[in-house]
Design a protein around this ligand. Structure first.
Ligand SMILES: [Zn+2]
Length: 407
């Protein structure tokens, strides 16, 4: 099944225009539910002029109709007033080609009924619940950094090794830091030239920041620290003497220090390999946007598919109830923004049975990842299609799929 939805905005959709639209569609071979109801009513009561289709629309609270377009028995067109100024057209059919063809033809009838150019009535449906809004609202609300994925070149040896070695160094302003003169000791099994190259790569990837320092030759204390060389130069040029040994600054040691940034945490996170796997699987399954950012918060990432947000934790090892509760808490943050949300927990060890009852979708068998995602996404597609339907169909429990004849 393929579904397309378009919203048409107008100051108000008077019953006369809607009546004209239906009359025109029926004259052109569409079969409409409302027209059928009128005919049926005619069999049970005397015909009256004020019960014409346009007239009775004026007395109705809302407006909704389901139509079968001419020569397209496998397609349905649903019109309804989503808001007084918003007419929604939903077209459902077997595939995109059929749906597009019917949507185009029906739009032309709407254009004729309105007596104007339809492009002026189109609202920005794509933005209403699209991937742009996901990036703009959901990603910051979840405190995710959109720059997911391993930094290029990190996978191969030296930079990753350098990063791991740097992580064990003492902290300067809260983050592990090493001096430039120590680099070769950080990668003892590699030539010092390669160590320098690896470090430069980490600097250009913003995983490491470079600082310039002045160090006391006698006591080893750090006398001045600055990100730029100019600041250090002006400090050295001043007449200040070292408070520890009294030597002029110009004669103390000038060094470069490398400090691991917070961006490194995500690169080193234990959940990273599973996240990469999930990221790839989500994109294969058709997710419109995926952001992974493991190791920094209660969740490892989020994805967007057809108006629904998936928040997920991709956990190496067995997940705990506490982590699941945190995942659900983040899901609620997104729900409060008005999104439909699916919470997903992917792990490479069997999850306790009670986690499955918590409202979280659990995948603890990685070889089933693609199949499990397809199951989730097809459920989302069904939900999306049903959310587009007019409220009048809800008491009848009719879904879009029910409207289409079996193939
Ligand atoms: Zn000194």
């Amino acid at each position: 099944m393929y579904v397309e939805s378009v919203d048409f905005k107008r100051q108000s959709w008077e019953s006369k225009i809607l009546g004209d639209l239906l009359t025109r569609l029926i004259a052109n071979g569409y079969q409409g539910l409302l027209a059928e109801v009128h005919q049926a009513a005619g069999r049970f009561s005397r015909p009256r002029a004020d019960r014409s289709l346009p007239a009775s629309l004026g007395q109705a609270d809302g407006f909704a109709d389901v139509l079968i377009p001419p020569a397209q028995p496998h397609t349905r067109v649903i019109f309804f007033l989503a808001q007084p100024d918003l007419l929604r057209m939903v077209v459902a059919g077997r595939n995109q080609t059929e749906v597009r063809r019917v949507a185009t033809a029906t739009k032309m009838h709407l254009e004729a009924a309105v007596g104007g150019h339809i492009s002026e009535l189109l609202t920005d449906v794509a933005d209403r619940d699209g991937p742009d809004r996901f990036r703009r609202e959901v990603v910051p609300a979840l405190h995710l950094t959109a720059a997911g994925g391993l930094v290029v070149g990190l996978r191969d040896g030296a930079p990753m090794q350098m990063m791991l070695a740097l992580r064990r160094q003492p902290a300067f302003r809260g983050r592990p830091t090493a001096l430039g003169s120590q680099l070769s000791t950080l990668l003892p099994d590699k030539p010092s030239e390669q160590a320098r190259e690896a470090m430069e790569r980490l600097v250009s990837s913003k995983i490491v920041e470079r600082w310039h320092v002045v160090i006391c030759r006698q006591g080893g204390q750090w006398l001045a620290v600055a990100p730029g060389l100019d600041e250090i130069k002006s400090f050295i040029g001043s007449s200040v003497a070292c408070p520890h040994c009294g030597t002029r600054m110009g004669e103390e040691i000038q060094e470069v220090a490398y400090r691991l940034t917070e961006a490194a945490d995500a690169q080193l996170a234990d959940n990273r390999p599973l996240c990469e796997l999930l990221d790839a699987a989500l994109r294969r399954a058709g997710a419109e946007a995926v952001v992974i950012d493991p190791g920094r918060g209660a969740i490892d990432g989020a994805a967007f598919y057809r108006g629904t947000v998936l928040v997920f934790r991709a956990r190496q090892g067995a997940p705990s109830a506490e982590e699941t509760a945190q995942l659900l808490e983040q899901a609620r943050v997104v729900e409060q923004q008005g999104w439909r949300v699916v919470s997903l927990l992917v792990c490479d060890q069997p999850a306790p049975a009670d986690l499955r009852q918590s409202g979280v979708f659990v995948v603890d068998n990685i070889s089933r990842l693609d199949a499990a995602l397809e199951e989730i996404l097809s459920k989302i597609r069904e939900q999306q299609a049903s959310a587009l339907l007019p409220p009048v169909l809800r008491p009848l429990a009719i879904s879009v799929a029910d409207l289409l004849p079996p193939e």
